[in-house]
Design a protein around this ligand. Sequence first.
Ligand code: ZN
Length: 417
Amino acid sequence: MAYSLHFSALVVKYLPFFAVLRRPAAWLFTGALLGAHPARSQAPDLLAATYYVTGWLPLGGPTLGEEAPHLLAAPAPIPLTVGQSVKTTAASDEAQLYTFHMMAGQVAHVVADQQGADVVVTAQDPNDQPLAEVDNPNGSKGLEILWLQAATAGNYRVAVHPLEKNSTGTYQITLEAVRAATPADAQRLRAQQLMAEGRKLRGALTLRASSAAERQAATDKFAATYATWHELKDVREANLAMLSLAITSANAALVAAKLPSSTNKMTVYYSPGFEARALAIRANLEPALAFLTTKLHVSPVVNLAILNQAGWLLPHPQLQIPYGTPHSVPGLVLLPATLEFDKAVVAALKSGLTASQLRALEAAGGFIEQQMQAYFEDIAYHEMGHLYAYDYGVKAPTHWISEFLATYLMESYLIEN
Ligand SMILES: [Zn+2]
């Protein structure tokens, strides 16, 4: 079942992937992922990684440097009773308010199920003081779960507002429970607080200028959040904390690891022994940086990391991206230092081809090894495309549009140059 889901995700994600159209080997690679091939066993990992990094963890979802929207004046709050759900459309420019009564010491559990609206959920005490805020990096789908504890008896309020002004969509809010606090609740409240602090620190960062120490401070909060949810065996919340950590920490982790680096127009970090490859790849990519900056009038930080297998997970160990899969996170494009991954894919492809098929393929585009390596190296431009699209302010509503844009930017450079 999981496989067929990946299959559908692939079809949706890769149909607009123009790079695939460029080389016969890339077509074969796609065919292999689609199933009728020995390389198929690699598909779930690859796709999970791609989905995670380019889709669900979009460079348009969890945001660096973005301020939470402000609460605006709103109509009277809607009373909620335990077990009751309200399904509604997020208001485009104002908070929607809900209220319920709590006794001193009680804990409330509120769930907002995002069904097209990416919302921020906040809580205020009876004196209108802010109590809690949740906004996970899960875009417009999935749950925002809010815990709050009453210091005094009274009417507490929960406000729901869209992350972006003038965006609307559906969500359903449910007051799951109001009950006496348990020891686990104290941990939940603590984790929620740590997450909010991490988001605040991350919000103060900018992609253009923020020190490793500043990133590290935010990262530490997410790590502590993760540890707390992990202890509570709450996998969902732990994963969201991990994701927040990952998108914040990549560059900080590389700096902390004291990898060798070289700064020109781009900074490249590389595993020891791979300086030549690192500088060569950077030399290829820097003209694209200039091209995209001129065309789009934005200049995101695009650092590069050329990492071997030993260092591959340094930037974000939590994501467990399989070694060799090119990907990007805010501020950083990651490529493998060695080519085992390309070679494994080529070997799997070749083993499924007849000699005449292989000859036909190579007649069309050169040695399949070269075609495949060129294809994988071009993905670096695609990853840069993600960072530009993001810095340009594009928040793609679906994953394939995000992939399309990244590929479009890649192609616009490759075709003109
Ligand atoms: Zn992508």
